[in-house]
Design a protein around this ligand. Sequence first.
Ligand code: UGA
Ligand code: MN
Length: 306
Amino acid sequence: MKSLLFSRFLLLLPWVLIVIIVLDIDSSRAPLPALSPRGGAEGGSGGARPPPPRRRPEAALPTIYAITPTYSRPVQKAELTRLANTFRQVSRLHWILVEDAAARSELVTRFVAGAGLPCTHLHVPTPRRYKRPGLPRATEQRNAGLAWLRQRHQHLPPPQPGVLFFADDDNTYSLELFQEMRTTRKVSVWPVGLVGGRRYERPLVENGKVVGWYTGWRADRPFAIDMAGFAVSLQVILSHPKAVFKRRGSQPGMQESDFLKQITTVEELEPKANNCTKVLVWHTRTEKVNLANEPKYHLDTVNIEV
Ligand code: UGA
Ligand code: MN
């Protein structure tokens, strides 16, 4: 009896082992989609493709520095809110907000504290003599942003990969724009919508190079491009420490050219947005608010920040 049991056991043993081994191989090979982390906002529309290998994107991604000049006016908080809602969705974006003011305002200070993204809050007033219609705006504020950026990276060799762009507070930015500018090697360019008296302006591209400009306004500009139409690598900003926006001799609409010609050439520009055929940023301008019925003296029972 005992030997019969033993022989049955011996007969079954190899089969049991085979089943165990097969099960083991199967489970180690099978993908575990339910357990793997979700792709998140950066995942493309992959279709049936296998999941991409695990990346460590946060460490490798160049930081995007957005320099935004801003000034006090009734729509300021609304503009900053729209901007923050966009920027918050962009990974590794550092917002450099520069107030055109003699001191940091309470409104912007509070706003920055609750903005929910990395933010540096600077201020510099525009001298009174430059606050006139027909003169370029935000020269001092953009320079303050540049100075901060250079100072921050002065003591940190080698510089971390980074990209700088100038983000006026009233424009409209698509999220795709940030994907495009992130790969800037030196200076990249793209179309801007609703600018220059046309539906859009854009760099003309042939064989991957910028060869001219589609514009309806001052086509003689060396770089016929709006402030919202280009980005510069941090490397270029650091290796051209003298490149700044100049008041002396500058005219509105020439600030971009005056700045860009200090750091690059037209031949060197990197076209983005599908060879400059897609509009990913709009030079929107907010209309002046009608405050005709605003009382001269405070009438409400509470004080409300708008
Ligand atoms: C156009 C360009 O798109 C701007 O980049 C350029 O600075 C400007 O012309 C110019 O004339 O210099 P536009 O829409 O006419 O832009 O100018 P705004 O949007 O009124 O101002 C540009 C930026 O400067 C904004 O971020 C705004 O908040 C800021 N700004 C404006 C100040 O910081 N102080 C001011 O007194 C006015
Ligand atoms: Mn504007």
